[in-house]
Design a protein around this ligand. Structure first.
Ligand code: BYC
Length: 312
């Protein structure tokens, strides 16, 4: 082991954050670019299913909240693309890889939002699952990623609470509203559990990511934490989850749940989910239509630079 490698391993062991100027193994850098890049793409693709309901939110108040949430997701994408840039990769390159299907984004955003109840349920379950994963990432070993996560978690936590509050409004509403809520839970329950990734026996990246403290917990540990947190909330709403195997296990102090349909997750992450084409198509069009904004922003930045140089 070289002295650089020794210093790196010692920093990881001492829980010292690795910073952009520090030496790091190529594989550590690659793993971070992959995970932070996918995470950034998930945030911006995640704007689409929710954006679908902006014009149809049931009240002006709900519309204003949803608009703010969708904007927050764009901001999260920005923090994460910036964190990835500190590793030496251009934002445009990462984005192109996502558009070309060479980088992934979270499976959850390849499901359609069919009714208004999907929006509260996404806020509650999807942002709820995201927080469980992301609170752990606040202690990830790469400094810029950990710092981005602190800010993101505060906003995600607000999203989760507003989602649950909107679910509660439906749960206390008419029979039709309760049915709409139950239907949304039925469709989003299993895909939310899939957000945590394959089970530990089939997670090729986990061992290295855990050793480098990029990941702090395994996929299954976080999934279990999410189920344990969420089932009492489901009961509070007077709803159920579509899992006949769900049961409280007194001995372990955890809920036991049924087997996830891994073939479904596999299909979705390999581009064959219900909305994969639609999502990439929307992002491709947004990229093309936004060209003038990028050109204008660059021209403005160059003008500012020239003025600063002139003044100096
Ligand atoms: N979807 O070895 P594994 C949000 C891939 S957005 C797609 O366990 P790893 C929000 C995985 O990438 C939430 N792909 O991998 C936004 C790998 O493929 P590659 C996004 C998945 O990295 C808007 C392969 O399967 N959160 O919060 O150790 C509105 C094998 O998996 C998925 C993050 O991105 C999946 N579900 O663990 C509302 C969190 N699962 O790259 C909310 C950061 C697995 O080898 N990411 N794959 O080709 C992570 O924590 C980890 O990357 C994962 C996977 C737990 C997702």
């Amino acid at each position: 082991m070289t002295s650089q490698q020794q210093r790196f391993e010692a920093s990881i062991a001492r829980e010292c954050a690795i910073e952009p100027q520090d030496w790091m193994p190529d594989d550590y850098r690659k793993t971070l670019v992959r995970q932070i890049g996918q995470h950034a793409h998930s945030e911006v693709v995640g704007m689409l299913p929710e954006g679908n309901w902006l014009t149809r939110a049931p009240t002006l108040n709900r519309k204003a909240i949803l608009l703010a949430k969708v904007q927050d997701e764009a901001g999260h994408g920005l923090y994460l693309y910036s964190a990835a840039e500190t590793l030496g990769c251009a934002r445009e390159d990462l984005y192109q890889k996502m558009l070309e299907g060479r980088m992934k984004y979270s499976s959850i955003f390849n499901y359609p939002t069919l009714s208004w109840a999907d929006i509260p349920v996404i806020g509650w379950l999807v942002d709820g699952a995201a927080i469980v994963n992301q609170v752990a990432l606040c202690r990830t070993s790469y400094g810029p990623y950990a710092r981005a996560m602190v800010k993101i978690c505060k906003e995600e936590s607000f999203h989760q609470r507003q989602g649950y509050e909107a679910c509660m409004a439906l749960a206390q509403g008419s029979e039709e509203q309760r049915q709409m809520l139950q239907d949304a839970i039925n469709r989003f329950w299993w895909p939310s559990l899939m957000m945590f990734g394959p089970n530990d026996d089939n997670s090729p990246n986990s061992a290295k990511s855990l050793a480098w403290k990029i990941k702090r917990h395994t996929n299954d540990e976080l999934r279990q934490r999410f189920v344990d947190n969420t089932i009492p909330q489901v009961e509070m709403l007077g709803m159920t989850v579509p899992d006949p195997a769900l049961a409280w296990d007194e001995a372990s102090g955890h809920y036991r749940f049924g087997e996830i349909d891994w073939s479904e997750l596999n299909e979705v992450i390999h581009g064959r989910g219900q909305c994969n084409h639609e999502r990439i198509d929307a992002k491709q069009k947004a990229w093309e239509r936004g060209a003038w904004v990028r050109e204008a922003a660059l021209a403005y930045a160059e003008k500012q630079q020239r003025q600063r140089e002139h003044a100096a």
